[in-house]
Design a protein around this ligand. Structure first.
Ligand code: GLV
Length: 308
């Protein structure tokens, strides 16, 4: 029995080391160094090569190395009977909440404007945006969204939340799927933490930007596929959106020729809002690996139909 780690763009050695530290008897391969395909029953994947999972006759489970599973769901060469799981490590939601809080504080304290002024040696105090004059709105209230919403609430922000099913979170105004219009009308800073599914693809579009309360800002830490890029450029150019903070893009790395680079109303980070920690994820991977071996239900199973 072996466990396979696969990624085209991440160094998986620390994950293998962390797994072996927990259980030295584990048999762990890192793609492409696969000893014996027949022995692989459990795989952990992040941006795997296309068609890879077609040739493993005994593969039962593929765990995403992160919280998102769109990279697995979009690969229709993966046999239907393979169970998907994801890693929802406590530090992952904490990191994301920190990133979003930082981005929101940067918006209200106009950090990007001061960085620009500094580059041009301009000493000019600007009015900051008062916390109580605006509201932030979190789209997606799963484990990560809830952590982000409560972190913002605990830092004195008016917080709205929007999710498919009705949620109840202390001090957060929660809206359901069919209340999107009211949610947007009450929100200045929109924060996308939705899973990427056919239903949510392209949800960050011109119509949504127009529905926000002014001044309006966007923070996207979910997936590039949520955003209609040309709509954002139009919204920034027409001042519908004052600033966008983007950590995810439809093409990553963001190509050098992309129009987002060099725009002073966009802050770009290279998909680092949260990164799974090897030690923490090794514990969660091992737990699910053992559950699979003993035929128990797995943790953080993904509903392949629902898309998360
Ligand atoms: C990060 O993007 C993740 O899905 O964990």
């Amino acid at each position: 029995m072996s466990l396979l780690l696969v990624s085209k763009n991440r160094n998986l050695k620390p994950y293998k080391e962390a797994l072996l530290e927990l259980d030295p008897n584990l048999d762990v391969d890192i793609w492409p160094g696969i000893q014996n395909k027949e022995r692989v029953q459990f795989a952990v994947a992040w941006r795997h090569p296309a068609n890879l999972f077609d040739g493993f006759p005994n593969l039962k489970v593929i765990s995403s190395l992160g919280a998102g599973v769109d990279h697995l769901l979009s690969d229709n060469t993966i046999p239907d009977d393979i169970q998907f799981t994801r890693i929802v490590a406590p530090s992952l939601s904490g990191q994301l909440a920190d990133y979003v809080l930082t981005a929101v504080l940067n918006i209200i304290r106009k950090t990007d404007r001061y960085l620009d002024q500094q580059r041009r040696a301009i000493w000019r105090p600007l009015d900051s945006i008062k916390k109580d004059a605006i509201a932030v709105g979190v789209m997606g209230l799963g484990a990560i969204g809830e952590k982000t919403a409560t972190r913002l609430r605990d830092n004195g922000f008016n917080v709205n939340g929007w999710s498919k099913s009705q949620k109840q979170i202390d001090g957060v105004n929660c809206y359901r799927k069919d209340q999107l219009g009211s949610f947007l009308a009450q929100t200045n800073i929109i924060i996308c933490l939705l899973p990427l599914t056919p239903e949510t693809e392209g949800i960050l579009d011109l119509e949504l930007f127009k529905s926000l309360k002014k001044p309006s800002f966007l923070i996207n830490v979910a997936r590039g596929g949520h955003l209609v890029e040309e709509d954002l450029i139009y919204a920034l150019d027409t001042d519908l959106i004052s600033h966008a903070t983007l950590d995810v893009f439809s093409e990553e790395p963001l190509p050098e020729s992309h129009p987002f680079w060099g725009r002073d109303k966009i802050t770009i980070t290279p998909h680092i809002a949260s990164v799974t920690d090897p030690k923490e994820s090794a514990e969660l991977i091992l737990e699910n690996y053992k559950r699979m071996l003993s035929g128990m239900d797995l943790l953080h199973q993904v509903d392949r139909e629902a898309g998360y």
